[in-house]
Design a protein around this ligand. Structure first.
Ligand SMILES: [Zn+2]
Length: 119
């Protein structure tokens, strides 16, 4: 799903997309100049690989995301939000894909290893 930046207004544009069983639902609203704010919720089931035993395991996602969308190079500084730079078009599928990659690249341990860590 693509949203041209010029179509993003003060009235939130709602979206719901999914990939690999993960759903991203939310909206994007115009802020000022070349900036828009995307707020959404990641949900669904994701398969992760345990960093301790290397086994795959499934887990349910329930994560809020807030991203500042910059049409063109972002020159400011914002410590509250991650910034995503786009060129005229917000590609939500690409965004969801990179969010899933970020989660996969985090450190994860499966339930079995978590239990052993506690003992
Ligand atoms: Zn494990």
């Amino acid at each position: 799903m693509n949203i041209p930046f010029r179509r993003i207004t003060k009235v939130p544009t709602e979206f719901k997309i999914s990939a690999d069983g993960v759903v991203l639902k939310g909206d994007v609203v115009f802020q000022e100049r070349n900036l828009a704010l995307l707020q959404g919720q990641l949900s669904g089931e994701i398969t992760l690989t345990c960093d301790i035993c290397a086994e795959d395991f499934a887990t349910m996602l329930n994560e809020k995301i807030e991203l500042l969308i910059s049409n063109g190079v972002y020159k400011g500084f914002n410590e509250n939000f991650d910034v995503v730079e786009i060129q005229e078009t917000l590609d939500l599928d690409e965004l969801l894909h990179s969010e899933i990659e970020l989660i996969r690249n985090d450190y994860h341990s499966c339930d079995n290893c978590k239990k052993q860590e506690r003992n």
